[in-house]
Ligand binder design. Structure first.
Ligand code: PFF
Length: 443
């Protein structure tokens, strides 16, 4: 089967794969930190508003482009509007962004594998005295994350797992993986919610999370909620354009976007329900619920205080590794599909041509925090917003008006009442707000 007529095999499979991409470290470690800084439920409300009012329309723009184009992120622009060939550079920007993100995200994904390994073997908890757990886990984090060969080995291992899955192709690789791992991810999350809710100060934690503190809402918190919504839905990375090119013609795009967004929000809320009661119960709220520190230092402090430490720790890092893996395959797929379709390569050749540079560069990145931070900044603050804005302007103004309506109604075979509203948001509201996100750091 050629690249151009590959399709997801089942409805569940395409949802699992798209949710797998969306649910990543963005929901799991970025969300609790942002929620803590942004007034708990006040941030949650803003985040949900941004997902529903802006994220879903932009997601629909990417879905329409991908499914109508039926090719990679670059080719979709030309296929939809052959007269405006210059716009394919926006697709090119998404592909470059995806490539750069995959380099440093592989490193983080490698850390999750390393912590899973250390939880299973007990290394993470050996020699930790109950008197000074903070220092012990902070110093372990130093060794595990910036300790020369160790993170490099796990990063390389993560790249090889990605390669093995991607060589399997869209249905036998990505879809099969997502069908197995996504249900497992939700089961593990549910188990952690139950454990967290039975902890001594669960109530206090829930109040902390669900009490909206609107005094913390500043313009910059609003922009963070927008950034979080876009990142957690995988917008602007070419992923949704590429994945939707594998959607069959009968897929209902509005329903799919709603399901994916709902599940992505659900994971973020579940993480809040897990994190806040846990850190409150053990008096760790001031130890940092931010990104790396939360996941690799504060949570091990929680696990060491629980019975069955090794089990909970292993399950949690398995959860993280699953979230990271289903996201990394989606981002590398953007580049692989592009190489396949632009250069006319076979799937196998494209996988190797993309994965070898990813392997080398992410290996280097795993020992260079400077490179890691630069790539993170460049993609999150500049390339992603520019690419997302480009998609909105293209679908809203340049592509034929019929693109959105044909795609949302499956060429007139179903009804959709949201076309006008979506078009309005894609044309005016989303590009304006993304522009604000872009220029705010300059003000
Ligand atoms: N929605 C994903 C997340 O929240 O982590 C975004 C993502 C980032 C997807 C990096 C893929 C990736 F490699």
């Amino acid at each position: 089967m050629s690249a151009n007529n590959t399709q997801f095999f089942s409805k569940i499979g395409l949802i699992a794969a798209t949710v797998g991409s969306a649910v990543g470290l963005g929901n799991i470690w970025r969300f609790p930190a942002e929620a803590q800084a942004g007034g708990g439920a006040a941030f949650l409300i803003l985040y949900i508003l941004c997902v529903v009012a802006l994220g879903i329309p932009v997601m629909l723009a990417e879905f329409s482009l991908g499914r109508a184009g039926r090719t990679d992120a670059i080719g979709s622009f030309s296929a939809v509007s052959p007269k405006h060939r210059g716009w394919r550079y926006v697709g090119g920007l998404s592909v470059v962004t995806a490539f750069l993100i995959s380099i440093f995200y592989m490193v983080v994904a490698g850390w999750t594998l390393e912590y899973l390994f250390e939880s299973l073997t007990g290394g993470l908890y050996s020699g930790v005295s109950s008197a000074s757990t903070s220092e012990a886990f902070a110093s372990k984090m130093d060794t595990y994350i910036s300790g020369g060969w160790r993170p490099m080995v796990f990063t390389v291992f993560m790249v090889l797992i990605n390669l093995a899955i991607l060589l399997g192709g869209v249905t036998k690789g990505i879809e099969r993986l997502s069908n197995i791992l996504m249900p497992l991810l939700f089961v593990i999350l549910l188990a952690f919610c139950i454990v967290s809710l039975t902890l001594p100060k669960a109530g206090e934690g829930l109040v902390y999370f669900f009490h909206p503190d609107f005094s913390k809402v500043t313009p910059s918190v609003i922009l963070s909620a927008l950034g979080q919504a876009f990142f957690s839905l995988s917008l602007g990375m070419g992923i949704l354009i590429t994945y939707s090119s594998y959607y069959p013609p009968e897929t209902r795009l509005v329903r799919t976007a709603g399901t994916v967004s709902f599940l992505s929000i659900l994971v973020a809320v579940m993480m809040g329900i897990i994190i806040f009661p846990a850190v409150m119960s053990f008096g760790l709220a001031d130890h940092g619920v931010a990104g790396t520190t939360l996941v690799f230092s504060t949570l091990p402090e929680v696990f060491v205080r629980l019975p069955l430490t090794g089990l909970w720790s292993s399950l949690f890092f398995l959860l993280l590794a699953i979230a990271a893996l289903t996201s990394t395959v989606s981002i590398v797929e953007v580049v692989i599909r592009c190489v396949q379709d632009r250069l006319g390569m076979s799937r196998k050749a494209a996988c190797y041509w993309v994965m070898i540079p990813v392997l080398v560069l992410s290996g280097i990145c795993s020992v260079s925090m400077g490179m890691f931070n630069f790539l993170d900044f460049l993609t999150a603050e500049i390339l992603l917003p520019v690419a997302a804005m480009g998609v909105c302007v293209f679908v809203g103004w340049i592509a034929p008006k019929s693109l959105l309506s044909n795609q949302l109604t499956n060429d007139g075979s179903i009804r959709s009442r949201v076309i006008g509203l979506c078009l309005f948001i894609i044309r005016y509201v989303a590009p304006g707000l993304i522009f604000l996100v872009l220029i705010t750091p300059l003000l």
